[in-house]
Design a protein around this ligand. Structure first.
Ligand code: ATP
Ligand code: MG
Length: 417
């Protein structure tokens, strides 16, 4: 159970990031989080919440209210609940006094001495980033209470490795770590991915949790396995689940440590010894930006032309004025001509062209805002797509850049046509 203390959390002025961070860390370490509470700076509320937690959990972690001010009541409240008296720890007091003097604050104020008080039988957890140490104490029933300061960097600094070690020595092999594996996909909506997976594995992979994590650029699949849930161990369970899903995933997945598709595009360009040039209209350089964000990209990324005005499309890229007049600048034919044109201009083996209506103005009935045409030319052929992306200007531009990168990736991986 995690209890976070502070009026500012209760009233919503401060986001309870400690609570979610601790819940995540506890799951990682292998403890199941069964409850969370937020309470105000109030001794009675703190006692009640910690008592509630000890009733059904083996560990209660508390953050906040360990400082020197009168609204810091956690130490006293929890000691009271567990029937432990507080005594001043002379070693801690000296360390606090030294800390104060070293920073030029002079003598330690009376109120700050509370930070050197330790409940009887309690263990002090060193705080490398602040004044108030963490404290750990056991209840009569054997429940473990861990008190941590509210300031996030201090709380984290004590948790790792102090609290983690404490939990490992208390629970040992009973800790059942959760392992995750994330698989990135491109070019497939969540609904189709889900139905294709259900077709081959109606009940999902056994003993492994499968989650779909979509955002505006794609869908990640997260596989999670808990150590001890199956006979084979979590790494093997993940391995098996991935192998079962791979017939579907192989068509869509890409590998990128950063999670960015551009990294996978860079890797395949490098592997195949190809070079890339891009002609961007509505994306205004976003693709070039993403490619050049990658260190070492000069090995495969030659450059880009922001062909915003039609004169750049005709003058630099050599597109026929009559073509633009006949089919319109946002068209598959112009995207294709941009891709071929820039590859020729810059001497690249792969060319990309993107032209679209990013909005908010400029839309029409046949070509509403969000209409985007993009093309990849490679080995004498072109693959062209026309799509309607939803969202505001920024979102349409980002999705366009991403879709074009996705097409480059699929073409080079031989997954298109
Ligand atoms: P200290 O001992 O350093 O005074 P404390 O234990 O008294 O710390 P608080 O006074 O409760 O902690 O909070 C200190 C700061 O940390 C505040 O700015 C508060 O907004 C922030 N904080 C406290 N709890 C949380 C939380 N659960 N999530 C995010 N921030 C928090
Ligand atoms: Mg405080």
């Amino acid at each position: 159970v995690v209890v976070t203390v502070g009026d500012e959390l209760l009233f919503g002025q401060t986001e309870d990031t400690n609570g979610s961070w601790l819940a995540r860390e506890l799951s990682r370490v292998g403890l199941e989080v069964v409850g969370r509470r937020v309470v105000g700076d109030d001794g009675e509320q703190i006692r009640e919440a910690v008592g509630w937690g000890l009733d059904f959990a083996e560990v209660v972690l508390v953050t906040g209210g360990l400082g020197p001010t009168p609204d810091d009541l956690t130490r006293e409240a929890v000691a009271g609940l567990l029937g432990a008296s507080l005594r001043l720890d002379p070693g801690l007091l000296r360390a606090l006094e030294r800390r104060f003097r070293d920073r030029g604050y002079g003598a330690l104020p009376e109120g700050s001495k509370a930070m050197a008080c330790v409940p009887e039988g309690g263990v002090v957890l060193r705080n490398p980033r602040g004044a108030a140490p963490g404290l750990a104490l056991e209840s009569e029933g054997g429940g473990l209470c861990v008190l941590l300061p509210g300031i996030p960097v201090e709380m984290k600094g004590i948790f790792k490795p102090g609290v983690e070690k404490l939990l490992e020595s208390k629970f040992g092999s009973r800790l059942r770590k959760i392992l995750h594996r994330e698989i990135h996909t491109v070019g497939v909506p969540e609904s189709i991915l889900m139905s294709e997976i259900q077709e081959i594995l109606p009940g999902g992979p056994e003993g492994v949790d499968l989650a779909y994590l979509p955002d505006h650029l794609g869908v990640r699949i997260r596989l999670s396995a808990r150590e001890g849930d199956g006979p084979e161990g979590a790494p093997a369970a993940l391995e098996r689940a991935e192998a079962l899903l791979n017939p579907v995933l192989a068509r869509y997945r890409f590998e990128a440590e950063s999670g960015d598709l551009a990294e996978a595009v860079g890797a395949v360009l490098l592997r195949r010894r190809e070079t890339l040039a891009v002609a961007e209209s509505c994306t205004g350089g976003l693709i070039s930006k993403r490619m050049t964000d990658l260190p070492g990209s000069s090995q495969y990324f030659l450059g880009g032309i922001v062909a915003y005005d039609n004169r750049v499309k005709t003058g630099l890229l050599g597109i026929d004025e009559s073509l633009i007049r006949e089919v319109g600048v946002v068209s598959e034919a112009v995207a294709d001509a941009m891709a071929r044109g820039v590859a020729r201009c810059l001497g690249a083996s792969v060319g990309v062209g993107v032209t679209g209506v990013a909005g908010p103005g400029g839309g029409s009935r046949e070509k509403p805002v969000g209409t985007v045409c993009y093309a990849v030319s490679y080995q004498g052929a072109s693959i062209v797509r026309k799509e309607l992306f939803l969202g505001d200007r920024g979102s349409v531009r980002e999705r366009s850049a991403h879709a074009a990168l996705g097409l480059v990736f699929r073409v080079l991986e031989g997954r298109e046509g």
